[in-house]
Write a protein that binds this ligand. Structure first.
Ligand code: DGI
Ligand code: FE
Ligand code: FE
Ligand code: FE
Length: 187
């Protein structure tokens, strides 16, 4: 499958506004890759596919996580976390992606993880700051993104964690671990 076919297929699985978000993540991820010395092709590929499963039915995502023996702990936390794990599986199974760095960048784009690779950081940060995003504090994360991938991502996770706390929701422990690890790396 070539790039155009992949784009058409992903686009057909989501509403127009989510595709516009994906295009924003593609452009932003390529810019960040160029700025921070990562392969822009890998960044773009991960960005194209990162939300491919976002609009799949909850029951279908749950079924894939169970049947394919993916990370079942996710099922104990917010459903918003499931599309990244399922997305990585789909990228491999249906889109033939074999590059583990690209698959992991998709898999961890929502939660983050300990020891995030540069590509993980780029895709996760691009998801926060693409031009279509507007949440309180996004502008300061955009500014930080010009200085430090890590500082910007810490601010992104802080914003998500605060949002979840304000809503009285639980936090997936890996997100807290990812934030703590990025802070540790900054020392
Ligand atoms: O898929 P997107 O909307 O582009 O963004 P995303 O994949 O980063 O998903 C973010 C959503 O996930 C956001 O609404 C918060 C929600 N969420 C729920 N629990 C957690 C969580 N996000 C993180 N990072 N950690 C959680 O524990
Ligand atoms: Fe997502
Ligand atoms: Fe995100
Ligand atoms: Fe996204």
């Amino acid at each position: 499958m070539n790039r155009e076919q992949m784009i058409a297929s992903v686009k057909s699985q989501m509403p127009e506004r989510r595709w516009l978000h994906t295009e924003g993540v593609m452009k932003t991820a390529v810019l960040l890759a160029e700025r921070y010395g990562e392969d822009p092709h890998k960044a773009e590929l991960a960005a194209i596919l990162h939300d491919v499963a976002k609009y799949w039915q909850i029951a279908k995502m749950e079924q894939i996580i169970r049947e394919q023996k993916l990370n079942g702990t996710l099922l104990l936390y917010d459903k918003e976390l499931w599309h990244s794990e399922v997305g990585a599986w789909v990228a491999e199974q249906e889109y033939g992606v074999t590059d583990i760095q690209v698959l992991d960048a998709i898999r961890y784009h929502t939660s983050g993880r300990i020891g995030m690779t540069k590509l993980d950081k780029i895709v996760c940060l691009a998801d926060y700051i693409e031009p279509g995003r507007d949440f309180p504090g996004v502008e300061s994360i955009r500014e930080l993104s010009g200085q430090s991938l890590e500082q910007a991502l810490i601010a992104g996770f802080d914003s998500t964690i605060s949002f979840l706390v304000a809503k009285g929701k639980r936090i997936f422990p890996l997100t807290v671990d990812a934030r703590n690890d990025l802070i540790e790396q900054q020392k």
